[in-house]
Write a protein that binds this ligand. Structure first.
Ligand code: ACO
Length: 323
């Protein structure tokens, strides 16, 4: 059977690093509060010339170089983002153009922080359905543009960045020993919209709007939702937490990551954590964490890797991949 195998990873971060202490003169907060409650120590913030498209392009080029491929080899780009360059056209098409591609097709996917998990699942279906052979799956965000910089309960949490992988059609036996995407589980539930949303949009206010979040409420739901969707993925693949080599969760809050891993029985040393370096980069957080753990040689060919995310909507999901 056809499997979607990861062939390369890449990442791109804005030049400017903003440390927790840099907020101290802006809002009533402290390095200690941010680090203790979230695990975040710094985040990258995009300059005017750094956009979701430019960061996404840079991450895509890095993933192509890592895979030993060129844009000519790609036939689909799926970009997970909630901070597109324009309302339309899709920023994926802009990235396609920046890569010099006039062939294939590209589209954006909007599932907030779960965007990359949704995008990998979608790209896998295009590959297994025979519509694409090699897909660039990108998560790129500039959340700094939609933050209310006077709201200490949200502005300290987010950062900008992009990560990308190349998925390629390969042959498998249909067992979990195959390399590639092995199982996925996706969920959404709109009853929680008010707990995490942006208070603007083209069809309502005609403005971009700002991110609003009831952090404590989101936290309350997060661990249960994350563990449910991971257990569904484990049972679809017929595995347990002990079979995993690496857990690469959405990087929103170290306390959520720790509580989810503990509830699932995933050993601490198998958890990839980058929230300290990047903050919450929404759809970019999982591919950024992946590219860090691939670059430092923790994740190796043949490893069983679990990706997970939860975010606005609510949306949540998990994907199991053999590297
Ligand atoms: N500095 C200092 N104090 C602060 C700050 C700050 N930056 N922000 C809030 N506080 C205060 C609050 O006002 C509150 O004060 P009070 O007790 O006097 O009312 C106190 O700190 C405690 O606030 P809580 O919100 O209860 O703090 P909590 O421990 O829950 O941590 C946090 C807040 C970090 C936001 C946490 O709730 C969280 O991580 N939530 C989940 C976020 C998440 O996972 N989002 C999903 C993905 S995001 C996406 O999809 C776009």
């Amino acid at each position: 059977m056809i499997r979607s195998v990861v062939r390369g990873t890449g990442a791109a971060l804005p030049r400017r690093i903003m440390k927790n202490a840099d907020f101290e003169g802006m809002v009533e907060t402290s390095d200690e509060w941010i680090a203790q409650r979230t695990g975040i120590r710094q985040r990258h913030i995009a300059a005017d010339d750094e956009t979701t498209a430019s960061l996404g392009e840079a991450a895509a080029r890095a993933a192509l170089a890592n895979a030993g491929l060129t844009p000519d080899d790609i036939d689909l780009i799926v970009l997970a983002t909630s901070t597109p360059n324009n309302t339309f056209p899709a920023t994926a098409v802009e990235i396609q153009n920046r890569l010099g591609m006039q062939h294939g097709f590209a589209f954006d996917m909007q599932a907030v922080c779960s965007g990359f998990v949704y995008a990998v699942t979608t790209a896998d279906l295009y590959i297994r359905g025979g519509l694409a052979k090699r897909v660039l799956v990108i998560g790129s965000e500039t959340f700094s543009r939609i933050l209310d910089w006077s709201d200490r309960s949200t502005c300290v949490l987010f950062g900008d960045g992009a990560g990308a992988i190349v998925l390629e059609a390969g042959e498998g036996d249909g067992t979990i020993a195959d390399r590639g995407v092995l199982a996925a589980s996706l969920r959404s539930d709109g009853t929680h919209k008010e707990k995490l949303f942006v208070d603007g949009g083209p069809s309502t206010t005609g403005t971009v709007g700002h991110l609003r979040m009831e952090g404590r409420e989101v936290f309350k739901h997060a661990v249960g939702m994350i563990t449910d969707v991971i257990e569904a993925t484990f049972s679809a693949a017929g595995i347990t937490a002990d079979d995993l080599d690496w857990f690469v969760p959405h990087q929103a809050n170290k306390r959520i990551i720790d509580a989810s891993a503990k509830k699932l029985g995933i050993a601490e040393q198998k958890v990839v954590v980058t929230v300290d370096l990047h903050g919450n980069t929404s759809a970019a957080s999982v591919p950024l964490a992946l590219s860090v753990a691939v670059a430092d040689r923790r994740i190796k060919k043949g490893d069983l890797v679990l990706l997970e995310a939860m975010g606005g909507g609510f949306t949540w999901g998990a994907v199991l991949v053999r590297w």
